[in-house]
Each structure stands twice: as C-alpha cells, then as structure tokens.
Design a protein around this ligand. Structure first.
Ligand code: FAD
Ligand code: 2HG
Ligand code: ZN
Length: 456
C-alpha cells in the first residue's frame, strides 16, 4: 500500500547546484537519496525520491543551503529522525531533503533555571538522558524517543504520554532559533519566561511541519525528576469503564502523568511480539502513572482499590515491562502490515461512542479490515489503526468524517503532513485555512519549504 507521489527522481542535481551545495557543507554531506532511508517514511507507506540529501552542520550552512535551493528553484523538505507518521518528512515530489543529522549538540542543563539548550537534530532520548544526569526530566516522551529529534518534535508539536500533566511540546519550548525561507533568522533563544512583544513566532513555528522555517536550536523547559513513581495497569470491561477510571484518578490527583488506553487485541498482539506478559486479560486496559517529587506512597493504588483487575508495578523492571506493552503498540502493529493511521481527538464524553462507531464505520466500507484503537485517553486522543484494507480513500473519509461529526480534530499530535491535508476542512474553517495560507505566503512566498504538506 505504498503511496509514491510526484515527479519521481530527477537526474542527480544540476552540476552547478551540486557543486554549490558541496562547497557549502562538504562533499560527504551531499548525496543522492536513492536507496537510502531518507526517502521512505517510518511506516513504509510514503515512498519518495530525491537526487539530493544535504546535511548542513551549522546555522550558517542551513541559511546557505536554503539560499542555494531558492536560487535553483528547488523545494526543500526538512527532515529529523524521519519517524513522522503523516508522510511530511519525505520528498514525495522530488524535493531536496535537508537533514538535521549533524546539528545534534546537547548543551549542559542549567539546573537552577531548569532548562537546556539543544540543537534541532538531537534526539528526544539524548535530551532526556542529559536532563536525568542532573536530576531533572524533559517531560515529552513517546515510543520513538531514540530516533525522533527535537526539531521534529517541535515542528510537529509532538504530544506523547505526558501531555495530561505537562502539555504538548509547544509548552516546553522556551525559545527557538529558525531559518526562514528567505534566509532570515528568527531567534527567541534568550528563552524569556515572559515576553509579550508582538506575535508569538516561537508558538507559530511549533507545529508548522517544516513549512515556515528550518528549526536549528531550542531552549527547552525541564521539570523535577520524579522520585516516587506509581505505575498501575487497570483492567476495564468497556471504554466507558476505562474513561471512568481516567476521570476518577484525574479528579482526585494532580500528580497523574499519563493515562493510556489499550484494547485486548492491542495488548495481546504487543505481548506476543515483545514477549512481555500482560498480568490479566481484559477487554480494555488503562495504564496510569503518577509521580511525585518525594516519597508519597500509593495514592493511585488507594484510588483504584475496589477494582478487581489492578496490577501495580512493584519494581522498576515491572514498570518498564508495563510501559513496553504500551510503547510497542506501533512496531507490533507494523508486524501485521502497513496500517492506515488516524490520530484524532474527541471530546472526552464522546470517546466510548466514537470507538464503537468508528469500528462499525470501517467495517461498513471495508468488511475484512481490522481496526485497533489505543491512545492517550486523558487527552481524548485516540490512535485508530486500520489493517488489511485496500479501500484507502473510503476509510479515510468514513473515519475522518465521523471525527468531524463529533467536532473532534483530525490530527491530535502527529500533524497533517501529506496524509491528512485534504481533510483539513473537517477541523478548520475556510477562513482559518485562508489565514494559514496567508501566513505561509508571507513567510515563504516562493513556496520552497515543504510545499506539499499541511495546506490543501
Ligand atoms: P521527522 O519525521 O523527520 O519530521 C516530521 C515533520 O517535522 C516533517 O514535516 C518535517 O519536515 C518537520 N521537521 C523535522 N525536523 C525539522 C526541523 N529541524 N525544522 C523544521 N521542520 C522540521 N508522535 C507524537 O506526537 N506522540 C507520540 O506518542 C508518538 N509516538 C510515536 C511512536 C512511534 C513508534 C513512532 C514511529 C512515531 C511516533 N510519533 C509520535 C510520531 C513522531 O515520532 C513525531 O511526529 C516526531 O515528533 C517526529 O520527529 P522526527 O525528528 O522524526 O521528525
Ligand atoms: C503513540 O501514541 C504514537 O504510540 C503512535 O502516537 C500512534 O501508531 C500510532 O498510531
Ligand atoms: Zn500518540
């Protein structure tokens, strides 16, 4: 089910273009994308082609690469870890890939100010490790942490499992530096906590999916490391029951980091693929984690007492095992084939009804398809994965219009990319799309930055 779009592969640049790029970043860092991982997305669903992958090593090199691309009329796709799930990071129309792989410096955390300066190509995990080394924590976290980059997480405003307590990536970015299409630099690297001097360019670049600027550095907020963590897996008879667990712990405690929903099918598949046993069988599961800065006992266990299926992780190893059952849903599903992925938000109260309806809606247009639903329950964010279906467009339409009917969002955290841009109108009004287009035109009038994503 590979989607191969666009002009396909060009001849290996024009010689002048290649020479200019090589003179700018060094010969080793300009190469043909054919046969490399730079042209295929993580799922294998989006397969592009390019004659040019370029790896600049500094802010100035990023500026010069963009100037050269512009002069030659070539569009550019910024690429970080290429773990994006909406086809936004690969050259589907023969664009030059600008990889952040060499911009991967991680600064020394500032313990008193609780922040860290990092380059865009540093991985999420590298930042987490740096923060942990000084007793702090970078609260954005999800399964692709070892490859996803800070630039990519900012460009997609990534969510993950701790949004409930700490917010999305946008809430962690105190400052950033980016190169706009015309080579000008936008920088809020002073990282001021308060700064009301006009439009929030930092906020605008978060979630801009490589369409407004190439992010080169950021100042990230760090939070205290959790000293005492309680991780509990709860068995539930229905999505409604699961949401009552989520509501209960959320109402009673402001120390809940995560509340993740999984189905019997998702857990049994992940268990089979990873070899991690589930403590019990249930129709639905909620994985809840709460943490405090100092020893504070078993608030969660107390809140959940009276339920018949509750497994409290008694050791760090058991905690890691429970999290593998959640984190490894995506790779486990990938063992069954290339799924259609929908990453949607619903009003919390509609979640149970939506789960029933979406399964039925998919079956009505693709009777043999299998639908696996999981996600960040407390955020109302469900990941609907549809396997074994050929009716791609009909499924897109039925799933996304169902989301639209609930006034939900067709993209909760992965972005719009190439996969969802045609459906943007289900969540955004015509006036809003026009305003976004006006911003894109103003900042990138020639349309050289990731021109085939986000806007329909
Ligand atoms: P890429 O995939 O390389 O790029 C993504 C987008 O950002 C593209 O549009 C690209 O052009 C743009 N971009 C990348 N770098 C830059 C830059 N320096 N400047 C400007 N634009 C740039 N996402 C979540 O939100 N929550 C999750 O829980 C989650 N879990 C995942 C689990 C797995 C197993 C996988 C494979 C993916 C998951 N994702 C999740 C999706 C993905 O990891 C995120 O979207 C991540 O933020 C992408 O980072 P990246 O560096 O791989 O970016
Ligand atoms: C997650 O929450 C990711 O694990 C990936 O956002 C979701 O694979 C998916 O659909
Ligand atoms: Zn997710």
């Amino acid at each position: 089910m590979a989607t191969v779009c666009g002009d396909g592969r060009r001849r290996y640049g024009s010689l002048v273009l290649v020479d200019e790029l090589r003179a700018t970043v060094g010969s080793d860092h300009v190469f043909d994308g054919a046969g490399t991982s730079h042209v295929v997305d993580w799922t294998g669903r989006f397969v592009g082609a390019t004659d040019l992958v370029v790896r600049p090593g500094s802010l100035d090199e990023v500026r010069r690469v963009l100037a050269i691309a512009r002069a030659h009329g070539r569009a550019v796709v910024p690429q970080g870890g290429n773990t994006g799930l909406v086809g936004g990071s690969v050259p589907l129309h023969g664009e030059i890939v600008l990889s952040s792989a060499r911009l991967n410096e991680v600064g020394v955390p500032d313990v008193d100010a609780r922040r860290i300066v990092v380059e865009a190509g540093a991985t999420l995990e590298a930042v987490q490790v740096a923060a942990a080394s000084v007793g702090l924590r970078y609260p954005v976290d999800f399964g692709a942490r070892a490859s996803a980059t800070i630039g990519g997480t900012i460009a997609t405003n990534a969510g993950g499992v701790n949004v409930l307590r700490y917010g999305t990536t946008r809430a962690q970015v105190l400052g950033l530096e980016a190169v706009l299409a015309d080579g000008s630099i936008v920088s809020t690297m002073a990282g001021l906590m308060k700064d009301n001097t006009g439009y929030d360019l930092r906020g605008l670049l978060c979630g801009s999916e490589g369409t407004l600027g190439v992010i080169t550095r950021a100042v990230l907020r760090l939070v205290p490391a959790h000293v005492s963590v309680t991780t509990v897996l709860v068995g539930c008879e229905s999505v409604s029951d699961a949401m009552s667990v989520v509501g209960r712990v959320g109402r009673a405690s402001d120390t809940v980091d995560a509340a993740e929903l999984m189905s019997r099918r998702g857990v049994s598949l992940t268990s089979e693929v990873t070899g991690v046993g589930a403590p019990f069988d249930a129709a639905w599961y909620v994985l809840v984690e709460s943490s405090v800065g100092e020893e504070q006992g078993d608030t969660l266990a107390r809140l959940l007492s009276g339920r018949s299926q509750v497994a409290v992780a008694e050791s760090p190893a058991r905690r890691r095992a429970l999290w593998r059952l959640r984190d490894e849903h995506t790779p486990s599903i990938a063992t069954l084939g290339t799924p259609l992925k929908y990453d949607v938000t619903l009003p919390l109260a509609s979640l149970p009804r939506f789960v029933d309806e979406v399964g039925e809606a998919v079956t009505s247009v693709a009777p043999t398809a299998e639908t696996i639903v999981f996600g960040h329950a407390a955020d109302g964010n469900l990941h609907v994965n549809v396997l074994g279906a050929r009716e791609e467009r009909a499924i897109d339409e039925t799933v996304l219009t169902t989301v639209g009917a609930y006034r939900g969002s067709i993209s909760a955290e992965h972005g719009v990319g190439a996969a969802k841009r045609e459906w943007l109108h289900l969540t955004r009004s015509a006036e809003e799309i026009a305003a976004m287009r006006a911003i894109k035109r103003a900042l990138d009038p020639e349309g050289i930055l990731n021109p085939h994503v986000l806007l329909p």
